[in-house]
Design a protein around this ligand. Structure first.
Ligand code: CA
Length: 610
């Protein structure tokens, strides 16, 4: 009895010094990465008092870093891929010569061809959806005891229950529509009391939010997309975490995040980064200030934070098989470390693609963030793709202006010389943060068709926001919830199921069928994916441009005038050359090119020249 009591007391003592490890991240890793280095974050009560050892052929523990908090260690490993074999090895934590904890760390074999995966490109069209608002595959995960916010569809900023199963069940819908890539807003855990549906306040960087599904469910979803010829883009957030992230209660070190004596918001002035006249305080507050009270600003200049973010991105790429990353609020991060972040990923995966959210109102301000931009500070972001928000602004307005509408597009593209690569520009008429396009054009289907014809034939990588293809609308001014409405048919009791032709209204089918035809055509047209572009000064609000390469020429005519227009073709001889006629992609109607062309009001023609 006495012996039992002593054993119990000893157990109690050891537990009070070292409880179980709370977090080990990355949770596992791989053999055969180009970069042989790995840094493991270990978190647990008083873990810094332990000595650490491991014994595994090909794996060396080269450093153990103690930091400000006694509850963290950072372990530096070097993995020799020629020697190390896939498997698990023990990381031992000892105090006073006795093992107090052991973690079985796993090194996995890489999937075949993993490093050579194909990223998204201008050959693709991306479908952007919000998982919470797309389809509720199962109500079983709507309310989870450990997750603070429960489903409440009666409020437009509440959680509505959409999930990974709902996304997976409608991969065939995306295939039918004809998009070839899907970007969903973030899926990682956001365990906060309210306003969590958007996903941009992450509380665990290694875990899919259980209200969407599990990590395994995400892998399953990615595989399902790949089997249907659809690439997957993961939305990531390196600028900030959520205020409810587990490490906020006990930061590894004070400068893990940017801290101020009193709350300091970012000044939103993105131009300060490249501005040669900007004051230091403005530059500092732009990148170090918080995006929101609920979003602490991560310090990418801290090398532990940067390594954490690089490894986290690579972990998700390698684990889930994704083809691309959309990085949130890109310019709000510290730029030099983020250039290393992008380079590290593109070095591991040379054919991958990353698009940064570069929300600026000037072409020069966006071009600055693209890989190989030429600028006075010789800054190179290594970020392949940027978002063309200037073109977005033109497209939001131009179809409601029958005099100078087309000039807005023409003048925007006239600044393309500022971009290092115009194929790697995301082009879009809306996203989850901007007014619904169909709302801006007052549900005018002709304007929708012109906009879609334009997006699918201009330079860059088109992005479609979920629901636009069935005429969905929403007013940003009444709140973000209105531009993020539930997709009809995604919930069991929906009166309309827009996922099927039979379920759609005739008008919804008109929207859907127009875009679907265009998208399926575009899949095989390298001339509009990567061909050169020549455009003509708009006259009478008619915009004419050509996409061409060695094999084909496509002539696009957008008549944004509110009356029928007849064009003399002589002006376009540089591009028409000896072509005699053009066949419209949408209607199949053939037009003669010898003298003149007549085009109805508010109409787009996409002519394949013969
Ligand atoms: Ca659900």
């Amino acid at each position: 009895m006495l012996k039992k009591l002593i054993t119990f007391a000893l157990l109690l003592f050891s537990v009070s010094v070292f409880a179980q490890l709370d977090h080990v991240e990355p949770t596992f890793w791989w053999i055969g990465m180009k970069n042989p280095h790995l840094q493991i974050l270990v978190n647990g009560p008083e873990i810094s008092k332990a000595t650490v050892s491991l014994h595994y052929p090909g794996v060396q523990l080269t450093a153990v870093h103690k930091v400000a908090s006694p509850n963290y260690l950072f372990l530096d490993l070097v993995i020799d891929s020629k020697i190390a074999k896939p498997g698990k090895f023990a990381i031992d934590f000892k105090a006073n010569g006795k093992t107090v904890d052991t973690y079985a760390y796993e090194l996995k074999a890489r999937a075949k061809g993993s490093s050579q995966r194909e990223g998204f490109s201008s050959a693709d069209v991306i479908y952007l959806l919000m998982p919470d608002r797309f389809a509720n595959g199962t109500t079983a995960n709507d309310n989870i005891p450990s997750m603070l916010e429960k489903v409440n569809r009666s409020i437009n900023y509440g959680r509505h229950g959409g999930d990974l199963l709902g996304m997976e069940e409608h991969v065939n819908y995306l295939k039918e529509l004809g998009v070839t890539a899907v970007w969903s807003t973030p899926l990682l855990e956001n365990n906060a009391p309210a306003y969590t549906y958007h996903g941009y306040a992450i509380t665990n960087y290694y875990k899919i939010d259980p209200r969407f599904g599990s990590n395994e469910d995400y892998v399953h979803y990615v595989n399902e997309c790949h089997q249907n010829g659809i690439k997957v883009i993961m939305d990531m957030v390196a600028n900030h975490c959520g205020i409810d992230h587990w490490w906020m209660k006990d930061l590894p070190m004070p400068d893990w995040i940017h801290q101020f004596p009193t709350y300091t918001n970012t000044n939103w002035q993105m131009s300060t980064v490249a501005d040669t006249h900007a004051a230091n305080i403005d530059k500092k507050n732009f990148v170090d200030g918080w995006f929101d009270h609920s979003m602490p600003d991560l310090n990418q200049n801290n090398p532990y934070v940067l390594t954490y973010l690089i490894q986290n991105a690579i972990w998700w790429i390698e684990y889930s098989g994704i083809n691309g990353i959309r990085m949130d609020t890109y310019p709000y991060c510290d730029k030099e470390p983020m250039a290393k972040w992008a380079k590290a990923i593109m070095t591991e995966y040379p054919h991958f693609n990353i698009v940064g959210e570069t929300w600026a109102e000037e072409t020069s301000q966006i071009a600055y963030w693209q890989k190989d931009d030429i600028n006075p500070s010789h800054f190179n972001s290594n970020l392949p793709t940027v978002m063309d928000f200037v073109l977005l602004r033109a497209l939001e307005k131009c179809f409601n202006d029958h005099k100078n509408g087309m000039s807005q597009i023409y003048n925007t593209l006239a600044n393309d010389y500022l971009y290092a690569n115009t194929n790697d520009l995301l082009v879009f008429v809306e996203n989850h943060d901007t007014p619904r396009f169909n709302f801006l054009v007052k549900n005018n289907v002709d304007k929708y068709k012109m906009a879609m014809a334009y997006l699918m034939t201009t330079r860059g990588i088109p992005e479609i926001y979920y629901g636009t293809e069935i005429g969905m609308t929403g007013n940003k001014e009444v709140g973000d919830g209105d531009i993020r409405r539930d997709f009809p048919g995604g919930w069991a009791n929906d009166t309309i199921n827009a996922f099927t032709a039979a379920g759609r209204t005739p008008l919804q089918n008109e929207y859907f069928n127009y875009l679907a035809k265009l998208l399926h055509w575009r899949q095989h047209e390298t001339v509009v994916q990567t061909g050169k572009l020549i455009h003509y000064i708009p006259q009478n609000d008619v915009y004419v441009y050509f996409r061409y390469n060695d094999k084909a020429t496509v002539m696009v005519i957008l008549n944004n005038n509110d009356t029928e227009q007849t064009l003399s073709t002589a002006r376009f001889s540089q591009c028409i050359k000896n072509f005699k006629q053009g066949t419209d992609v949408e209607t199949g109607k053939t037009y003669q090119l010898q003298s003149s062309l007549t085009i109805p009001k508010e109409t787009a023609l996409i002519l394949e020249l013969k």
